[in-house]
Design a protein. Structure first.
Length: 518
């Protein structure tokens, strides 16, 4: 079964659903193996009896009819139930038990009815052994359940062995036949139980290895320059969560200590337009992680890529919400440092459409200076870096976030970045020296965007001042709450999986020797 595509939505099936889906997929593999191997067995026996009619058992027609019915039932379960539906775990366990019972009954009956062809009982017993061992390898099962399923599968063979011994239909003595069948069944059952114990234990070990604190990781849904994001759930609360991992080889032990301090501050942010941070910690391997709320929506980068330029009124609504998140953060001394479309998620909350959530607050965008007299390292997204982040990293403060927000507004209105370049250095040079192109938007909104993109940090508005100016704007476009609800309804109906936009934070080394003052 194909792995689901990543999506921007920070939600996923719970661990129980993942376990159910995995059991279903393994039963499909078992069904396929059983169907084709049993078909090969029936075909071989039919060909053998056709070529050597004298070998055909007296009750072969009954055996063939029973085999055909068994194959039909197997095909129906495989293709109509397992491949097209989502059975419950209880139903899947019943299918597993039905396979064990059906295999035992059909092969045990075949061996009993075909004793006039003496190899038949041994061949059917061999196929039953292979089926039991295959199940132990393929199907996730506790050793105890595998033991029970194996006993169920071999019970009809023991009954057939006793029946053959009592009727004396084979030259082999009854005691030898019953004892041999019991020995083969016993050894195969022990091997199957041992195989299940090993594979089940390994799966549980892998499961435990993907657990961080009280969170169990699911699939990866995103990656950036400094870490990866996984869907997860709290093992006790069963709450869907997004986990971001920051490996020590990416950021270093000293930086991780700073991140831990910043997460403690982030966890205090309570603005509705800031993603909520639930928890944080370090694994035994030194991996720093933090847990945050899952978001089922679309980031602004993907929004523009899929739906084009956005109506001015909608852009204003988004920018006002982001201003609220930034106002709280700036008031607590926190700077985001990487405001960009990919870090703003648009979603629904409580039935309210177009709720903007700011993510990745200040964790991996710290500007590192003191790398030499003539160079410094700037971490950020080239298309959204403020001029001071490029020229003077120690001046990165709240105005840098406003510059990034202005670039986001430009992107939403124009469908392209403020500046375009082939390399990160091209972007940096333009941010520092070039004037932004005009914005195709109503004049008051265009003026506010340009104010945010001012080269001097002091010339940019603060987050609360920008929010007040944006709220005072009036537009004639038809974007309103009704249209927003219709947009989200259509968005949900599309049921498409929106890929997390890969707009990674870049590491840029720039020369300061010949720097020009902006």
């Amino acid at each position: 079964m194909a792995e689901p595509s990543p999506r921007i939505a920070w939600n996923a099936a719970s661990s129980d659903e993942e376990a159910r889906a995995y059991l279903q997929s393994r039963l499909m593999v078992l069904s396929s193996s059983m169907f084709w191997s049993f078909s090969a067995f029936v075909f071989f026996m039919s060909l053998l009896y056709w070529r050597y009619p004298g070998l055909e058992p007296e009750h072969n027609e009954t055996i063939m009819w029973a085999s055909t019915v068994g194959l039909i039932l197997l095909a129906i379960i495989w293709r109509m139930v397992l491949a097209r539906r989502k059975p419950s775990v209880r139903t899947l366990h019943r299918i597993d038990a039905f396979y064990a019972i059906g295999t035992g009954v059909l092969f045990g009956l075949g061996g009993f009815l075909a004793t006039d062809f003496e190899p038949a009982p041994y061949m059917t017993l061999l196929y039953a052994c292979l089926t039991v061992l295959t199940r132990a390898i393929v199907v996730p099962s506790t050793p105890e359940r595998t033991l029970v399923m194996s006993i169920i599968a071999f019970a009809p063979f023991m009954a057939a062995a006793f029946g053959i011994a009592l009727t004396g239909r084979m030259r082999l003595s009854g005691l030898a036949l019953v004892g041999g069948t019991l020995l083969v069944a016993f050894v195969t059952t022990l091997l199957a139980r041992s195989g299940s114990k090993t594979t089940y234990g390994l799966r549980q070990t892998v499961r435990a290895a993907t657990q961080l604190g009280q969170y169990e990781l699911g699939r990866q849904i995103g990656a950036g320059g400094m870490g990866a994001v996984y869907v997860a759930h709290h093992v006790l609360l069963r709450r869907p969560t997004a986990i971001k991992l920051l490996p020590p080889d990416k950021v270093g032990a000293e930086t991780l200590a700073r991140f831990e301090h910043e997460v403690q501050q982030m966890a205090q942010l309570s603005h509705p337009n800031t993603v909520a941070v639930f928890d944080y910690g370090r694994s035994a391997e030194g991996i720093f992680y933090y847990a945050m709320e899952y978001l089922d929506g679309i980031d602004l980068s993907v929004l523009v890529q899929k739906y084009g330029k956005q109506p001015p009124r909608r852009v204003v609504d988004i920018l006002v919400q982001v201003c609220g998140a930034l106002e709280e953060a700036h008031g607590r001394g926190l700077v985001h440092r990487d405001i960009k479309p990919a870090n703003i998620i648009l979603c629904e909350r409580g039935g309210v459409p177009d709720i903007a959530k700011v993510v990745d607050f200040g964790l991996v965008k710290q500007v590192t200076t003191d790398t030499g007299m003539s160079n410094q390292i700037v971490l950020g997204t080239p298309a959204y870096l403020s001029p001071e982040a490029i020229t003077e990293g120690d001046r990165v403060g709240p105005p840098a976030d406003i510059y990034g927000l202005g670039a986001v507004g430009f992107y939403l209105l124009m469908g392209k970045h403020v500046f375009e370049g082939k390399t990160a250095i091209d972007f940096c040079v333009q941010h520092v020296t070039a004037q932004p192109p005009p914005v195709d938007a109503p004049a008051p909104l265009a003026e506010l965007i340009m104010a945010c993109l001012a080269k001097s940090p002091a010339a940019r508005p603060t987050a609360p001042a920008l929010a007040r100016s944006l709220r005072a704007l009036a537009f004639e476009d038809d974007w309103n709450e009704e249209r927003a609800r219709a947009w989200w309804s259509e968005f949900r109906d599309q049921s498409g999986r929106h890929v997390l936009h890969d707009d990674p934070t870049a590491t840029i080394t720039i020369s300061l020797d010949h720097r020009k003052t902006a």
